[in-house]
Structures are given as structure tokens and as C-alpha cells.
Design a binder for this molecule. Sequence first.
Ligand SMILES: Cc1cc2nc3c(=O)[nH]c(=O)nc-3n(C[C@H](O)[C@H](O)[C@H](O)COP(=O)(O)OP(=O)(O)OC[C@H]3O[C@@H](n4cnc5c(N)ncnc54)[C@H](O)[C@@H]3O)c2cc1C
Length: 372
Amino acid sequence: MDFSLTETQRAVRQTFKDFAEREVRPVAADLDRNPRFPTDLFARLGHLGFFGMRYPEPLGGGADIFAYLLAVEELARASLSVAAVATMQSLMGTYFLHRFGDERLKRRVLAPALAGDLVATICMTEPNAGSDLLAMTTKAAERDGTWHLDGQKTWITSAPVADVFTVLARTGDKELSVFLVERGAPGLSVGRAIEKMGVRAALTSEVFLDSAPASCMLGPRGAGTEGLREVLAEIRLVTATLALGAGQAAFDDSLAYAKQRMQFGKPIASIGAIQAHLAEMATRLAAARQLINWAAWRSHQGEENADQAAMAKLFASEVATEVCDRAARIMASYGYASEYPIERYLRDVRFTLIGGGTSEVLAINIARGLTR
Ligand SMILES: Cc1cc2nc3c(=O)[nH]c(=O)nc-3n(C[C@H](O)[C@H](O)[C@H](O)COP(=O)(O)OP(=O)(O)OC[C@H]3O[C@@H](n4cnc5c(N)ncnc54)[C@H](O)[C@@H]3O)c2cc1C
């Protein structure tokens, strides 16, 4: 495996690093304290081409998986909220539109979504169907040639401001199909944003469907389960990279702090206990990065990478959570103060333990792969 970056990958990373440092980091704390959808940054990311990156060239993409993940990491280092919103738009919010939309739909909905002019969502989770998506009860029934949806979704990222909703609904006993429902459809309503401990500017809310008409079914009937399976590895690679970015940000801050914080007449970075923290953090982050690269490499080569992506997500999210915790210990009272970003990283990073599959569920998936 050759993980040295190409010129294009370096250029992409620099572009998003500059953008994240100049435009995202300065507003990250305020977006957390006064949670709101990052409207301006969202539009800027659309203009920068982030949302289309993982799609084919005619849609503004053509970047490889490594370049995309480098961009994701840079955004996550500056604000996990902004990175979560951005990756929702570039991956799950638009995935089924791209995979199954006809040319007209792609022109009308996908192209503006990738340009940052429309906000897109994925509606899978329900109050009683989280890890167990097959337990969902939202139903779709066809009447007079139109599919109507009934049910309730929850934890839907960007829903409070969304224009389009990709909704998974039951069309048969074990059959999940995918529908596009658009804001303004009668019977579609969105609850207020759920207050949460982290990624607070990645607004999430409930979505209610009361005989809401779908604009169309995306893909053939029953495409939901297989469609999700196809994209699962990528969701996990992206979530692993969100975690890596947050962990790296916490590490960078605590290393810089340890070098300049003087106690007992010397920088705390020269104290063995602090060095042990720093060494563990750097080593584990490096290992997480290599796991992500390994899973991404397999995807790049067109090889099956579901197990590797699950391992990368499990490891990176646990490591990043631990790194944020260790960073807070190194910074002690300063890590506890709202004035510094460490406490935000600590809160934000826990999202990566949940999104894309919880650690417990991933462990089961990995074990299943091993014993297959
Ligand atoms: C910030 C945020 C944004 C989100 N955005 C979206 C979104 O845009 N769209 C969307 O559809 N969903 C979204 N979700 C929902 C997310 O996908 C679910 O929260 C996740 O799938 C877990 O479901 P749950 O919270 O219901 O937990 P549960 O599935 O109820 O799990 C509870 C506990 O039981 C464990 N558990 C469950 N099943 C098993 C099992 N078989 N074996 C072992 N342990 C198990 C879990 O690991 C966990 O510890 C979001 C969630 C968050 C926090």
C-alpha cells in the first residue's frame, strides 16, 4: 500500500485546510454556543465543490476517496458540526438521488444540492428503530399512482432547514424502499431541533409523515436494504475520518499547551506522565489513520472493504474519544473551561461513537465477518 499523497490530494487538503482555518474555526465556538445551521459556510462549501467531490466528474467530482477523506478531516479539525452537516450533504443526503435519480431529477434536485443551493437529508432512524433499521414502521402505500408515506423519523440531520428528504419506508414485510419527499409536501412536518450535548450546529429533528406524497420512488421497490449495504462502508469511513479530525484537533491543542504551560519551573511536556499521554495519543491516532487508509485503499482498488471500514470506524471513534479525554487531562482546568475548544471536542466527538453504527453493533459486524 502506498500512502504517499499525490499532488492533487495535497492540493485538495491544502484548499480545505485553508478554508477550515480561515472560515470555519473562527466561528466554531459560536456555532456551538448558539446552535444554528451554518448557512454561509454551507453555501461556501457548495461553491468549493465539496458536496460533489465523491461523485463523477460531470457532477463536479472525480476526486478519489483519499482526497475526499482529507477534505473531511480538515473540516472536522475545525468544527465537527460543520463537517457533520457537510458530509451528510455530500454522502447520505444525496446518495440515493445520484444512485437512482433520472436525468430530470438529477438536474432539478441533485445538481442544486451539490452546488449547496438545496439542503438534503437521509431519514432512516425512528423512535423504535435505531440500530435495528429493519424494525422501522414508516409505511409507503401507492394510491392513484402516487406513493404516500405514514410514520415518524427522528434524529434527522439538517431536517429543520432541509429542502429534500430521502426517506426509507416499508413497502412490504421485509422490504424497505426509498422515496424522495420535498419540503412543502402536504402531510410532511418537521419538529423543533433536538437539544444535544455535541455537534450542536448539525441540527437534528423529528420528521412527521402523515400520508405525505413522495415526489418519486428512488430505485426499484425494495432498493433500501441493498442500497444501504452498498454505501455502509463509505459511511463508516467518513465517520471514522470525522473522529480522526476531532481527535487530531484535540491532540494538536494539548501538545501546544503542554509545551508552553510551565509548572514546577519547566514545561509540563517534559514531565513523564504528560509525555506518556502524548505518546499514546499520537500512536493511536497514527494507527487510526492507517486503518482508515487501509479501508480506503481497498475501496480505491475496487475491493470489498466492509469489514475494514467497520474496524476503522470502531477504532477511530474510540481512539478519538480517548484522545479528547486525555487532551482535557493535559489541559486540566483549561480543558474544563468553555473558553477553550477542548470541552467542545469532548462533547462533539461522542457523536462519532453513534453515527454510522455504534461500537457494539460494529463489533458484532466485524465478528460476523471473521466467523463467516
Ligand atoms: C447527532 C446525530 C445525528 C444523527 N443523524 C441521523 C440522520 O441524519 N438520519 C438518520 O436516519 N439517523 C440519524 N441519527 C441516528 C443514528 O443513526 C442512531 O442514533 C444510531 O443508529 C443508533 O440508534 P439508537 O440511538 O436508537 O440506539 P439503539 O439502537 O437503541 O442502541 C442502544 C444501545 O444498544 C446497543 N445495541 C443495539 N442493538 C445491539 C445489538 N444487536 N447488539 C449489541 N448492542 C446493541 C447499542 O450499541 C447502544 O449501546 C443520528 C444520531 C445522532 C446522535
